[in-house]
Design a protein around this ligand. Structure first.
Ligand SMILES: Cc1ncc(COP(=O)(O)O)c(C=O)c1O
Length: 341
């Protein structure tokens, strides 16, 4: 079966982990610090805090926004997104306000603009590596940019991760910068990141804080993430050229690829079909682990209706676009597309 995701680890990754283990210091240390510096400089931020997951990064970023007494009651969340966003908002005791997606899976601009005045904060992601232009626009509330899936993409000259008041990244294995587990909170304002420093080490945290936990990133995880980061731009190019070939294979088919931006990271290759459930099953019988980009819209999980997200759930399929896909696997993909679409 061609997997939906396949992180590329080489001998360098094994050497990096081995060096940490043999160094005898596996918890947070110089490697996590080096990762913080590297991601901060890549995204143009001045402050970075490495944490244990992207979900923790979101939750800590939301809590950090309250450092100056701000109360978070309603937080805007894209409806067609990963569950981590919903869990993070709920963990902070805030109400998620769902922002629907348009046909291109970016936010429905008109609805987002109508909701914005009633939000205390908003999380904006770049879904499946596609670029969300609204992140670069002015919002009446603090913005958390989520680059978990879009790391390495750009808007013009500006790297993703540099937008909003705070940005967060994930280093989960299947993510573009993924080692095994990990996350990061980034900002150009020291107050937010310093608040995350205070909250991420339970043993040292002041009891007056509304929340603290053990959320530091280990040097083992950081060393794996750095080894992925070293290859990230080569992998983007590999996925970009594969995605262009998929566009050719789809010529004359009823499946419509969702519009990609020139500077996106090609993390996922999403097509719209009439019946996503049938197509995912068909690909699986042809040895391809196609997937639903989101198993269930977040709005539905909370008993609400966002029509664009519901249609996306019925129609969208994510096809494996692996940086290290072999010729034999690509041939299999091409035949599966011919048979299933
Ligand atoms: C957009 C987005 N944000 C945040 C996360 C959470 O990251 P992690 O898996 O590292 O907790 C995910 C993970 O699936 C994600 O897709």
């Amino acid at each position: 079966m061609i997997p939906h995701s396949r992180p590329v680890f080489g001998a360098d990754s094994a050497r990096a982990v081995s060096a940490v283990v043999h160094g005898g210091h596996t918890a947070r240390g110089p490697v996590s610090e080096a990762l913080e510096e590297r991601i901060a400089s890549l995204t143009g931020r001045t402050h970075a805090a490495a944490v244990d997951s992207g979900t923790s990064a979101l939750m800590l970023a939301l809590r950090a926004l309250a450092v100056d007494g701000r109360e978070l009651r309603r937080v805007g969340v894209p409806a067609y997104a990963c569950r981590a966003l919903l869990h993070a908002v709920r963990a902070c005791g805030a109400e998620p306000v769902f922002m629907d997606c348009a046909a291109d899976l970016r936010l429905d601009r008109v609805q987002a603009e109508a909701l914005a005045p009633m939000l205390d904060a908003v999380i904006i992601n770049h879904p499946f590596g596609l670029i969300e232009p609204l992140v670069a626009e002015a919002w009446p509330c603090p913005v958390i940019e989520d680059i978990a899936q879009a790391a390495g993409g750009r808007i013009g000259e500006d790297e993703l991760g540099g937008f909003g008041d705070i940005s967060i990244a994930s280093f989960y294995a299947t993510k573009p910068w993924g080692g095994a587990y990990g996350g990061m909170v980034l900002s150009s304002l020291s107050c937010y990141v310093e608040q995350v420093f205070r909250m991420r080490n339970a043993d040292a945290a002041d009891v007056s804080l509304p929340y603290a936990g053990n959320h530091q990133m280990s040097d083992v995880h950081a060393s794996l993430a750095i080894s992925r980061l070293d290859k990230a731009s080569v992998e983007i190019e590999q996925r970009r050229s594969l995605a262009l070939r998929y566009d050719d294979y789809l010529q004359g088919k009823s499946a419509e690829p969702v519009r990609r931006d020139a500077l996106c990271n090609h993390y996922r290759y999403i097509v719209r079909v009439e019946d996503a459930v049938r197509v995912v099953e068909a690909f699986r019988t042809h040895g391809v682990a196609a997937a639903h980009p989101v198993s269930m819209p977040l709005s539905r999980l909370m008993g609400q209706v966002c029509p664009g997200a519901d249609v996306a759930m019925q129609q969208c399929v994510s096809l494996p676009v692996l940086a290290d896909m072999s010729d034999a696997e690509e041939d299999q993909m091409c035949k599966a597309m011919a048979a299933c679409l």
